[in-house]
Ligand binder design. Structure first.
Ligand code: GDP
Length: 451
């Protein structure tokens, strides 16, 4: 028997109502002890009741109580939700009474953990709940909802089903070689099936990698020599004075961050210190940091002062930006032009003048174009939505690649079968079909209290 847990499920503060959620075998009897109104033990499931929460005979708050009996509940256990007035004192007092009468305070994420352990949701859905709660943009929300409604799980389930069918045919062959109706599963027959599964899995991984920008945003670094106008561009993008703009070379010594949203996608901007050979130790640290940030970035905004001729240092920055989505911003377009476009290694070029605020909209449009943000609405948002899921999919993919190698090296089918099974299990880990206690504790502890 599970103990009964309780927590405040709404944000604690002054509001119209707060909800205290109680889940477990004794949820109804515990709340019934402190509820004055109907006898909650006798009411039908999924009904709401008006009454008072009382401490012995003293009324504490006027409430509405929802009674939901197992198994059609979020945790699959009996759940009672008390809607009380949303002040800090009444909410805490009601929770205190629930705890005094036999419930235990829930840990962070414990309701969702129970929903998972009781088979109500799988692990990708549990993670989507967390994503939904913390989603900041419309596309975050859409990706999380796709996960929650089981689209992501179904993609993985269907792949696993195909692998399972393959495994079953191989086993029939191994266990009953005399069984004539079964198709003989030679490695030549297995290879094209594995190839199809590999293609499908590859597609899911690729799409999910692209989809990552919807959940985690576009990590953008602004780089360039000191004094070219990086901080001014950051300011214009952010529309506020977060970065300090001055004309002393190397002012932006450390890293300044900010976020904007373009077409519902977060752009996480980092303004780095000027990339510039210098004796100044603090500036040097900043410069090194900025060079280190480039490989991690999804997008590099490389700022040049178009009033100055290209220098070797600019060319050094170019070489670090290779293989990155890079936009060259030719700033100070109000001044005389001293850089020709054919001297530049990238074709995405935007002219800006931060004094008169020109070129910022075209810069945003260019970002939209590079990441296909206009077409986001047409995407179906079914992605593996975190690193855990993507890396498990990648592991399954490389196991299946090993299987293909094995087939080419004419390894016997029963040996190959072992690896196919491993891939099937890896995909199962995405859904939480097999898991370690440690992983589960760690995942659910990231939730907020009361969820
Ligand atoms: P950072 O060191 O690259 O971050 O450069 P800042 O943003 O601090 O700008 C350096 C100097 O250039 C400041 O004095 C700005 O006012 C000036 N500046 C920035 N953008 C422009 C521009 O478009 N035109 C002109 N004429 N000056 C600019």
């Amino acid at each position: 028997m599970n103990d009964t847990i309780a927590a405040i499920s709404t944000a604690l503060g002054v509001g119209a109502i707060s909800i205290i959620r109680v889940s477990g075998d004794s949820a109804v009897s515990i709340v019934n002890k402190i509820f004055k109104g109907k006898n909650l033990e006798e009411v039908p499931s999924h009904t709401i009741h008006y009454g008072q929460i009382v401490d012995h005979d003293t009324p504490i708050d006027e409430v509405l109580v929802t009674v939901m009996r197992s198994p059609k509940t979020f945790t699959r256990e009996d759940i009672v939700e008390i809607n009380c007035h949303g002040g800090i004192a009444p909410t805490n007092k009601v929770l205190e009474l629930v705890l005094k009468n036999g419930a235990r305070l829930a840990e962070a994420g414990e309701f969702t953990k129970r929903a998972f352990l009781n088979g109500r949701i799988d692990l990708t859905q549990a993670e989507s709940i967390m994503d939904l709660i913390s989603s900041k943009t419309e596309s975050n929300r859409k990706v999380a909802m796709k996960g929650l409604t089981g689209h992501v799980s179904n993609m993985i389930r269907s792949l696993r089903q195909k692998i399972l069918e393959l495994l079953a045919s191989i086993e029939v062959n191994i266990d009953y070689p005399e069984y004539e109706d079964a198709v003989v599963m030679t490695t030549e027959k297995v290879a094209p099936e594995i190839k199809k599964i590999l293609n499908e899995l590859n597609h899911i991984i690729q799409e999910s990698e692209n989809g990552k920008i919807l959940t985690s945003g576009i990590k953008t670094v602004i780089v360039g020599k000191p004094n070219v106008g990086k901080s001014s561009i950051l300011n214009r993008l952010l529309d506020e004075d977060k970065a300090i703009v001055t004309s002393i070379e190397g002012t932006t010594r450390d890293i300044i961050e900010g976020n904007i949203t373009i077409n519902g996608v977060a752009l996480n901007l980092i303004d780095t210190a000027g990339i510039h050979e210098t004796e100044d130790i603090i500036e040097k640290i900043g410069v090194d940091k900025s060079l280190q940030l480039i490989p991690e970035a999804d997008l590099v905004i490389l700022v040049l002062n178009q009033n100055e001729k290209l220098s070797d240092e600019d060319r050094r920055i170019f070489s670090v930006c290779d293989n990155k989505k890079t936009i060259i911003v030719l700033n100070k377009s109000d001044l005389e032009k001293r850089i020709e476009e054919d001297q530049l290694p990238y074709s995405n070029i935007i002219y800006t003048n931060t004094v008169e605020d020109t070129g910022i909209e075209p810069l945003k449009n260019k970002i939209c174009e590079l990441f296909h943000l206009e077409q986001l609405d047409q995407q179906d948002f079914s992605y593996l939505n975190n690193i855990r899921q993507i890396s498990l999919a990648k592991e399954a993919y490389s196991i299946l690649e090993e299987v293909m190698d094995g087939i080419q090296q004419e390894i016997p089918i029963d040996m190959i079968e072992i690896d196919i099974k491993r891939a099937w299990e890896k995909l199962g880990e995405i859904l939480g079909e097999s898991y370690s206690e440690e992983l589960i504790d760690q995942l659910f502890s990231q939730f907020c209290l009361g969820k």
